[in-house]
Design a protein around this ligand. Structure first.
Ligand code: ADP
Ligand code: MG
Length: 574
């Protein structure tokens, strides 16, 4: 055996990818590098401005600036190792925690545009510089195999005659890539309109929303939940975070409009806020609640954060999940973090932010995600999971409490309008007609009739998955009943196990059965019930809504009635 050491021809394969596509999965995530740098330079204002129909973006801050030497030796130098900066009086005053650690400077936008320019005047120096690089040229040469140090070159000019009080940094990118421009040019709603997903917003408004999530800026409202429910002591984590952000005085604007953290919970689909339950949904402890997470002195990772869990799905949907922030800056977006399993249905009703410290070693190079198998990340995720599990219990308790209140309100006969409630919405599911009329099945055996209040009760309580599953079961039992009464039980059983067939096979049997000649539309109705029931039972990614059940209500009823009729035709009179 021969041992040797090999030197790969081009070890920097990743750099090629970075140079041609950029390190970031999205433009806003790339912008966060610059905004973070402005933050670290103690800027109190950062203005992002698009020009020339989104071909050009400038990011200007009023921070302490940098010298041409700082730029050459630090910002523009790719292979430098992490540097430490001594605390300055400015740092003391703003109590800012430095975001940058192993900056990749201009590399953040290399893949997104054709030209990068930076201008800066360092505080107290009276001197400024301008440096630029042709990114398009850089990419072409680099792809042809030229060494990085031959192409990573900046044109630099300096001037001396600045006022001593002037200091700023301005980064400009020109020739923004077409696909990014197209997104930015998209027309759509503005942040003041109601929207269910940020994809309904115009491109710039979506970016403004996204930057508000990413950047360490104040909330749009005082807190991410209505301040009338905030108690200083109980909600210390939220009040602390909000106060810190305020003290930070970090103001970001996009085309002159403020960039703020848009989180404001609870956030329901407006349709949800119409019925008898509506007011209860907005009450803390009844419709939603906030749970806090905090590390202890012996924790491996320091963290604090909140989870807000509300009765129904969160809108805009981009807020669903948990956002992890490192030194105030979002790492990626709100995510489900694989918290599923125990709380699958609750996940879409949950939004939270967790501020962590000491997790740098688990951070990926792109600063958009963590290494998910890193022990520290795994450990943190487990802590979040514990909190989520505890909340899942409360989530159910709140729902029961609300339903009880709604029912009590209806018994008293006072709806929101003061009009007596309709009979149909009766509180006792045994007599409920909410979805399927009990009369239809009254001649059927108990094992079928007892399913009716289950469908209706579940529907009334808005347990739509349960309702869809029981509805599927009713169809199954009706078909089995039909065959059993005719003495054809074997036709609907598995020959080896004698178990009854599943609904799909039952429908197939019924459909091909020349003795019965069941109508096509009955088969179609059965198939639609089956489809929804299957989804409810097996597809945890979707949540069955009222509208899904409503859509098949009449075909389900008709299918039931026809089956009952067919059963009756053959049945010995009771
Ligand atoms: N907007 C800015 N204002 C002042 N200095 C800046 C600015 N952007 C970058 N710098 C300087 O360039 C350095 C390198 O930035 P960067 O590559 O992002 O690394 P990091 O942020 O991790 O330090 C910063 O530490 C800072 O000294
Ligand atoms: Mg940086």
């Amino acid at each position: 055996m021969e041992n040797r050491i090999v030197t790969p021809k081009d070890p920097s394969i990743d750099l090629i990818r970075i140079l041609s596509e950029g390190t970031y999965t999205s433009f806003p995530q790339a912008l966060k590098e610059f905004i973070s740098n402005s933050h670290d330079a103690f800027a109190t204002e950062v203005a992002l401005r698009f020009e020339d129909d989104f071909a050009t973006l400038s990011i200007r801050d009023n921070g302490e600036g940098m010298s041409a030497d700082d730029f050459t030796n630090v910002f523009a130098s790719i292979a430098r190792t992490g540097q430490k900066t001594p605390p300055t009086p400015e740092a003391e005053r703003l109590k800012r925690e430095r975001i940058g650690r192993f900056g990749i400077g201009a590399l953040a936008v290399v893949g997104t545009a054709e030209k990068f320019t930076i201008r800066s005047v360092k505080k107290g120096s009276g001197k400024g510089f301008l440096a630029s690089i042709d990114l398009k040229d850089l990419r072409t040469h680099y792809e042809k195999g030229e060494d990085l140090d031959k192409v990573w070159r900046f044109a630099l000019s300096e001037w001396q005659d600045e006022k001593n009080s002037t200091h700023f940094t301005e980064v400009t990118v020109d020739g923004i890539r077409n696909d990014i421009r197209q997104i930015l040019q998209r027309s759509g709603k503005s942040l003041t309109d109601p929207f269910q997903s940020t994809s309904e917003l115009s491109g710039v408004e979506e970016l403004r929303w996204q930057l508000g999530i990413i950047c360490p800026v104040e909330y749009v409202h005082e807190y991410p939940i209505p301040s009338k429910y905030v108690k200083a002591e109980e909600d210390r984590i939220l009040t602390d975070v909000s106060k810190r952000l305020e003290k930070n005085q970090f103001e970001v604007t996009l085309n002159g409009l403020p960039v703020k953290n848009p989180t404001y919970l609870p956030g329901y689909d407006p349709d949800k806020l119409k019925g008898a339950e509506a007011k209860l949904l907005l009450r803390r402890g009844l419709g939603y609640d906030v749970k806090y997470l905090e590390s202890t002195a012996d924790s491996k990772v320091t963290y604090k954060g909140y989870l807000c869990v509300q009765a129904y799905q969160i809108f805009p949907q981009e807020l669903r999940g948990i956002l992890i922030r490192l030194r105030g800056v979002a790492i990626g977006w709100h995510r489900a973090l694989n918290l599923g399993a125990s709380a699958a249905t609750m996940l879409t009703s949950m939004s939270g932010e967790v501020w962590v410290g000491g997790l740098d070693e688990a951070l990926q190079f792109d600063r958009e995600s963590f290494r998910e198998d890193h022990p520290l990340f795994v450990w943190l995720r487990d802590r979040i999971q514990e909190a989520v599990n505890a909340e899942a219990v409360k989530f159910r308790e709140r729902s029961a409490k609300r339903m009880a209140m709604v029912r009590r309100g209806q018994k008293k006969g006072t709806g929101k309008s003061g009009k007596p409630k309709r009979e149909k919405k009766s509180a006792d599911p045994r007599y409920s007609h909410a979805y399927l009329q009990p009369e239809i099945l009254e001649k059927m055996p108990e094992y079928i009739t007892r399913l009716i209040p289950q469908v209706n009760g579940a529907y009334e309580r808005e347990w739509y998955e349960a309702a869809a599953m029981v509805l599927r079961r009713i169809m199954e039992t009706l078909i089995i009943e039909l065959y059993t009464r005719r003495g054809w039980t074997q036709d609907v059983q598995d020959p080896t196990s004698n178990e009854f067939l599943m609904l799909k096979a039952l429908i197939d049997q019924l459909n091909g059965d020349a003795r019965l000649r069941v109508q096509r539309r009955t088969i179609d109705g059965l198939n639609r019930v089956k489809e929804l029931g299957d989804t409810a039972a097996h597809d945890f990614r979707v949540r069955i809504r009222k509208s899904d059940l409503d859509r098949i209500q009449s075909v389900a009823r008709l299918a039931c009635e026809r089956l009952v009729f067919t059963i009756g035709e053959s049945a010995p009179t009771p």
